[in-house]
Design a protein around this ligand. Sequence first.
Ligand SMILES: [Zn+2]
Length: 260
Amino acid sequence: MTATAQTADEGGTAPRLAPMPQEWTRALAVVAHPDDLEYGASSAVAEWTADGKEVVYVLATRGEAGIDTMEPGEAARVREAEQRASAAAVGVSEVEFLGHRDGVLEEGPALRRDIAAAIRRHRPELVVTINHRETWGDAPGSPWNTPDHRVLGRSVLDAVGDAGNRWIFTDQLEQDGVLPWDGVRWVAVAASPAVTHAVEVGEEAVRKGLASLLEHRAYIEALTDEDPETYARGIVLGGLDRYARLNGGRRSVAFELFPC
Ligand SMILES: [Zn+2]
């Protein structure tokens, strides 16, 4: 993920975003690629885990098509390791990879089935994903989002319903011993152009968020000639400060929240 969300009204500092709900204990973050959560959302994850909440990561792909100078087999190994270290930096110890092919995710029952299975296994109250919308910003001419993000985000929103329906993907219930789970109360979409809610982040969470992006070192070094620390600070602090303008001047991670 290389583009960042832009919001339309970035003028004053009055709070215009609602606080994210806090009445939950388990979250499942489902994204397309290693690094998707680290371009902003991971600072919120650091706040949540520091608060004793449990967060599990599920990656649809291993990001094998993400490094131009590295062949996919090696890139998958490197990026999986980087993602695990990145998760650990914000207090997440459980990271799963669904093994779908990077760059060509297809919207449909196959992807929804794997996401629904993860939701049924982990039984989260909050599901987090990244921008499913066509563009990163809401202004005309905003950068186009990538196909994997659009497909993945839409599939996550759909799979939450599937997970709660005992008559969908019934083989999981019969063979895998999982139960339907209709306990997801919200889906929070990070990097959306239509943010509604915010998580205020303190210095420690910002530090961990920066560290989590820096764990994707091979990816960043292939992406830019900029010093990795400088690059990471620009991305993470730039995003948090942009959302601060929508949240009373307080550094924040913002989400588009869908109640379920
Ligand atoms: Zn991505």
